[in-house]
Design a binder for this molecule. Sequence first.
Ligand SMILES: [Fe+2]
Length: 127
Amino acid sequence: MKPTEQLRHEHEAIKLVLAVLAKLSSRLSSTAKISSADVDGVLEFITVFCDRCHHGKEEGFLFPVLTGTLPNVGAPVTVMLYEHEQGRGLVKEMVESWRRYQTGDKGAARKFTEAANRYIDLLTEMS
Ligand SMILES: [Fe+2]
């Protein structure tokens, strides 16, 4: 399997988890019950697999190859790096607001769902 095919497969896994995140976020903004373990699992997947592993591979291997071999890709790669940074900020917001929610700050649910929705939109546009 080519490395680019591997990255495309990873996009499919990420899309599935984004669908789960959307469902959890929707439940958190309603009175529906929510499983802490499910939210923790999604946040761990996003932090470790999406950001560290997948985006790490794009930044460490794909983007340097693109900028080293193709003309006129500097600007698109710069945009993709910026989007990765935006994603990291939104993950941080989700993790922090989830921790606050778990310690009794029910108002943090709104912060979580806002960050989750923005993260889902961002990653959907990127893939
Ligand atoms: Fe990607």
